[in-house]
Design a protein around this ligand. Structure first.
Ligand SMILES: [Zn+2]
Length: 196
């Protein structure tokens, strides 16, 4: 399926965190509201994220929104813990661990093309919350804390992982907060010139 894409946004929702689990944490921006407030919103977000709505034991239809929101809140707190290098709450780790356990399927051996093949489950085939928890676990094992950032716009709640080589990304998105900042500082410079 195709989703309308506008750089850092898919179907009007931010996908600019550079990681699936961060995009999930970003699904309720202060300025735009909670995209996962309804089952329809959750299904829309899953489609934009490329996750299988019906994947895994629960699927989108069966997913309890309270569970979706609880994992999202835990991951937002874990973002802050990773960023500051502080010890995460045991309850947040427990919750992620539950989804890791639920998503874990052993590799499967099969005979194909005259040889034994190992089949691993793809993220897209997993229960979506398990896929998100797995992405967080992979990330937590190797990341640079200094590259975890909040958007430099104090009115913006979005977070991201800076993957730029020089590590100087300040904005969630140039098309959103970056440009607003550029326009504002241009206006301030222009106003100063008028005063002098
Ligand atoms: Zn921003």
């Amino acid at each position: 399926m195709t989703t309308p894409q506008d750089g850092d946004f898919r179907d009007g929702m931010p996908f600019l965190g550079s990681r699936l689990w961060i995009d999930f944490a970003n699904s309720a921006p202060v300025a735009l509201g909670d995209f996962l407030a309804t089952p329809e919103g959750w299904a829309r977000w899953l489609a934009a994220a490329g996750l299988k709505a019906g994947g895994g034991p629960k699927g989108a239809a069966g997913a309890d929104l309270a569970e979706v929101h609880a994992l999202r809140a835990a991951l937002s707190r874990l973002f802050d813990a990773l960023q500051t290098g502080s010890r995460p709450a045991a309850s947040d780790l427990d919750l992620v661990n539950q989804y890791l356990a639920a998503g874990a399927t052993p590799p499967r051996l099969s005979w194909r093309d005259g040889g034994l093949r190992v089949e691993q489950q793809e993220a897209g085939d997993m229960d979506p919350l398990a896929a998100i928890a797995t992405d967080f676990a992979d990330f937590a094992a190797q990341h640079e804390s200094a590259r975890l950032r909040h958007c430099a716009n104090p009115e913006c709640s979005l977070i991201f992982y800076d993957t730029a080589r020089n590590g100087t990304r300040r904005w969630c998105s140039m098309s959103a907060c970056g440009n607003r900042h550029k326009v504002r500082s241009h206006r301030m410079r222009a106003a100063k010139l008028e005063c002098s």
